[in-house]
Every structure is written in structure tokens, then in C-alpha cells.
Write a protein that binds this ligand. Structure first.
Ligand code: THU
Length: 129
């Protein structure tokens, strides 16, 4: 699975986003080390606080299907700049994925790739205790 296809899957997943409060639709596609891809979109709630990010939906889908090893995640939204995962999702991705590739893209053709360790330096994880 190449970067372009992962972005395409995240873009398609974004179409299912339920974001009536923020109107900010996000899609994610998480690539497991065995090649399976799990997609997610943000799902908002009237309480606001119970909103779940696209990355987390993809991660929970994957883990609940038995996948725990990942190599890359693509995140797509329609902003001026490619979207960056929130701090909580960075932490949750780190738990299972360690230093995976994080590809971000907007709908205007801009994209950027990071290592998760760039976005979450000095993480707290099982090696911390
Ligand atoms: N959101 C995501 O889905 N992923 C992120 O990494 C950042 C934020 C969603 C949550 C909420 O539905 C909307 O974007 C605005 O914050």
C-alpha cells in the first residue's frame, strides 16, 4: 500500500464523518504491518466531549479486529494546511505503533509526512515505569 492509496482511503473514510458541530470532517486510514487497512472518521456528539477522532476510530477498529502492529497512518481533512493528529491520538497511536509514519493531507493536494516521534517526542509508554 503506497502513500497515495492510503491518502485515498482516508479521503473516502472522511465522507462518513459525522461532524455537525464543528463541520470539520476528518478521515483516517491505518496500515497494519500485514497490509490490512483500517479506516475511520470523526464521530461527534451533542455533548461535544464524547466526540471521537478519526484516528481513534481507525485504531479501535483495528485493535478490536486483532491487529496491534502498524506501519503508517494517513489523516485527511479540508483545511488550508494538512491536519495534525491531536495530542490524545498521538499518545494512543504510540501505544500500539511506536514510531510509525504519519501522513497528513488536505483536499487541495498538500501533504506532509512525519515520524510519530517528531509529533510526540519523549512519550510516556510502558518503558516509562
Ligand atoms: N479531529 C479528528 O478527527 N482528528 C484529529 O486529529 C483532530 C480533530 C476531529 C474531532 C472533531 O470532530 C473535529 O475534528 C474538530 O476538532
Amino acid at each position: 500500500m503506497d502513500t497515495e492509496n492510503l491518502i485515498k482511503l482516508a479521503t473516502e473514510a472522511r465522507e462518513n464523518a459525522y461532524a455537525p458541530y464543528s463541520n470539520f470532517k476528518v478521515g483516517a486510514a491505518l496500515l497494519a504491518s500485514n497490509g490490512r487497512v483500517f479506516t475511520g472518521c470523526n464521530v461527534e456528539n451533542a455533548t461535544y466531549g464524547l466526540t471521537v477522532c478519526a484516528e481513534r476510530v481507525a485504531l479501535w477498529k483495528a485493535v478490536s479486529e486483532g491487529e496491534r502492529e502498524f506501519v503508517a497512518v494517513a489523516v485527511v481533512a479540508d483545511g488550508e494546511r494538512p491536519p495534525l493528529p491531536c495530542g490524545a491520538c498521538r499518545q494512543l497511536l504510540w501505544e500500539f505503533s511506536g514510531d510509525i509514519e504519519v501522513i497528513t493531507a488536505n483536499l487541495r493536494g498538500a501533504s506532509q509526512s512525519y515520524h510519530l516521534s517528531e509529533l510526540l517526542p519523549h512519550p510516556f509508554d510502558r518503558s516509562s515505569f
